[in-house]
Design a protein around this ligand. Structure first.
Ligand code: GDP
Ligand code: MN
Length: 382
């Protein structure tokens, strides 16, 4: 999960790293008011989950609140790498005398955490690597023993210079390391790490990526999840306990179990169709889940047919049938429904469906061919 700059800075601040004061605005007027409260000059910064915002014109300095309003008006709504800017960070401008780069990432090869630091900050690390590779300092940190004053400190001193620079860089990297390991990050980057004329280092820009596989350990970070990265439907599905991934095809799929979902998508492809999504209602036996699954899939304008494929184990066919009937009653499902139902409580499930005039297939191949050909039993009977 990628974090916006303002979110990344919140985490940096919590880990004792100096960050310029700042808040987020969604309208030009709000940005102007914040500029007044924070004190000018301020930076008006597009909050989108892509890099290179400065070059795209999404990072500007305002000398007074009136200019903050007009710059925010220009930046809000702007598209950066195809993404529309919906919010800006209004942050106290740092007086910058030079820009450094510092980041932590996972180095899989050595099973350690890699720190990259450079006295040439501001530009992206790929560009530094190309233009001034000799200015890049790298070292790895063994997660078992952690950061140590000694070799690691000396490496930082090579990038940041000896004296107070190195000591401050050490404090900053220690904070970054605490964040990286404490919140299971895959990237923590400060670029530029700005040196002020008074000699202080400040995180002027920050990027944090969290490891999705470890997010369950950090429920406090769920609030950072954004529709910009995951899509509104995926967020909706997640909040209903459904595992959902949108794809670019036309056949909506509701399946119990990830393995069965993969097999179903393969078979749809094999039969000449294309899946519109991956959606797993498995795990428990709850008619509401089917209702939400159908509601979310029905919202997708690309979907021309829906296939429900249930191989009941823990999931009971009668609960699925109840969910389908509930959805038929509550939602206007705009496309034909093809159902394949076998396994636990299949008889009860079928009986419920039949009483409502809905037929279900037993064989998966037949069901998939029917949905791809556009001949669901439901329609045939109608
Ligand atoms: P990015 O382009 O998406 O990486 O956005 P940054 O926040 O890194 O901003 C790009 C550039 O704008 C930086 O490299 C700085 O040169 C400049 N910049 C950003 N924040 C400040 C600030 O507070 N003061 C000054 N003087 N320049 C800034
Ligand atoms: Mn930057």
């Amino acid at each position: 999960m990628k974090l916006h700059e303002y979110q990344a800075k919140e985490l940096l601040r919590e880990h004792g790293i100096p960050v310029p004061e700042g808040r987020v605005a969604r309208t030009p007027e709000e940005a102007g008011a914040l500029a007044g409260e924070i004190g000018c000059p301020v930076m008006i910064k597009a909050q989108v989950l892509v890099g290179g915002r400065g070059k795209a014109g999404g990072v500007k300095m305002a000398k007074d609140p009136a200019e903050a309003v007009s710059l925010a008006r220009a930046i809000l709504g702007m598209k950066i790498k195809g993404i529309e800017v919906q919010q800006v960070l209004v942050a106290r401008a740092v007086d910058i005398s030079s820009e450094y780069y510092v980041s932590l990432t996972v180095d899989r090869a050595s099973k350690s955490i890699q720190c990259i630091a450079s006295a040439s900050g501001g530009m992206e690390i790929e560009e530094i690597a190309e233009k001034e590779p000799h200015k890049i300092v790298r070292f790895t940190v063994d997660p078992e023993s952690g950061l140590a004053r000694g070799a690691h400190y000396d490496s930082l001193a090579r990038a940041f210079g000896a004296g107070p620079g190195a000591e401050q860089a050490w404090q900053i990297v220690s904070g970054m390391y605490g964040l990286f390991t404490g919140k299971d990050c895959s990237l923590v980057e400060i670029n530029p790490c700005a040196l002020t004329p008074a000699g202080s280092l400040v995180a002027a820009d920050a990027k944090v990526i969290l490891d999705d596989n470890a997010l369950f350990r950090h429920p406090e970070l769920e609030k950072y999840r954004s529709a910009e990265e995951y899509g509104a439907d995926e967020m909706d599905a997640r909040s209903q306990g459904l595992s959902y991934v949108e794809m670019d095809g036309t056949i909506g799929c509701i399946v119990n179990g990830a393995g069965l979902a993969m097999a179903t998508m393969d078979l749809i492809k094999y039969s000449g169709g294309s899946p519109a999504n991956f959606l797993d209602v498995g795990g428990s036996s709850n008619p509401e889940k089917v209702l939400h699954a159908l509601r979310i899939i029905s919202k997708n304008p690309r979907v021309t047919a829906i296939l429900i494929n249930i191989f009941g184990g823990i999931t009971r066919c009668d609960d699925i049938a109840r969910g389908i009937l509930m959805a038929k009653e509550k939602l206007a499902i705009p496309v034909p429904l093809t159902i394949r139902l076998i396994g636990t409580n299949e008889k009860e499930g079928r009986a419920l469906l039949q009483a409502a005039g809905v037929e279900a297939f037993t064989e998966l191949t037949e069901a998939v061919q029917a949905v791809v050909r556009g001949t669901p039993r439901e329609r045939a009977r109608a």
